[in-house]
Write a protein that binds this ligand. Sequence first.
Ligand code: NAD
Ligand code: GLY
Length: 362
Amino acid sequence: MSSVAHTLTVELGRRSYPILIGDGVLSDSALLARHVPARDVLIVSNTTVAPLYLDALERALSPRRTVATLLPDGESYKTLDTVARILDVLVANRFGRDCVVIALGGGVVGDMAGFAAAVYQRGVGFVQVPTTLLAQVDSAVGGKTGVNHPGGKNLIGAFHQPTAVLADTATLATLPPRELRAGLAEVIKYGLIRDAGFFAWLESQTDALLAADRDALAHVILRSCQIKAEIVGRDELEHGERALLNFGHTFGHAIEAASGYGHWLHGEAVAAGMVMAARMSCESGLIDGAALARISALIERMELPTRVEGVSAETMLQGMRMDKKVLEGQIRLVLLRAIGEAFVTAEYDPQRLARTLDAHLC
Ligand code: NAD
Ligand code: GLY
């Protein structure tokens, strides 16, 4: 029987690809035979995920030639040096342009494996096997790859779409609770930018989600990937609508950079950033206090942070100026007109931004 419970497609013409979601997809050899069309495969994973899932994936890929490279674990290793290590392994094993790189892990592994695949011999095949909730709902889909720079988050990278995303929901059983909650932050984002009904459903399901209920998680992965696939299909290279997926990230990336990568989990920084963006929307008269209170309450009930300690407003603004949405020196923000309706704007009152930062920095 097939391990796939749901299949979605990211529609990008000849580069369209499937997102296959289900328990056991990473050990389904028939599925891998269809979606990994290569003799030579480099599996990029890390020292935490590999002991859990590498054997099963390698067995399912047999009889291909598989080489595995294990990266040190953590956001602080999401650097050009680590990507250079992946490239060294590809060269040392004389992999050709017909090889496939598989990312087995969370968003950190996925972003770096994807970047290595984007630049090795000017681009080789790439398959995502995400093992965190955050990666299954967000980072494995859409082809953004890259690394951090001390001056800013994800400043160096490339768009390189995978040819398939295999989201094995069984892997979430071993995910630490803090990582699960960080993934839920990106899930809340989809409700806020696009789907008020989904946001309300999340409000009603916090206990199930925090308990890692399988059915509840399966629903959030499916709905999140549907929204992301639709947006990426319309605006792959982020000329417009895709920027909405960055709701909360202008603030969140600045928190991560200011605190030292790895101190805050990405999803935690996004959670605090989304409350800041919601407050800015409220300060600007776009949403009312009741909507802001609902957003803060959901994030708090998911045990995610809403306040930032030890970072000054000036440091936050410096970080926000390095955001990739900055145009002609102007920070652009993703704000809300309502829960479920986001837009990008450069037209806001800087004093309201200062008040927003004041309310969340301590
Ligand atoms: P992560 O990759 O650091 O994984 C979180 C932790 O969980 C790590 O310690 C990892 O080893 C461990 N882990 C992974 N799977 C596990 C499992 N099944 N069981 C036990 N432990 C497991 O973090 P993340 O939250 O997955 O990803 C965050 C990164 O993703 C950030 O660098 C962020 O910038 C990036 N991101 C990229 C995109 C994109 O579109 N490319 C979107 C969102 C976030
Ligand atoms: N995570 C934002 C994007 O993929 O565009």
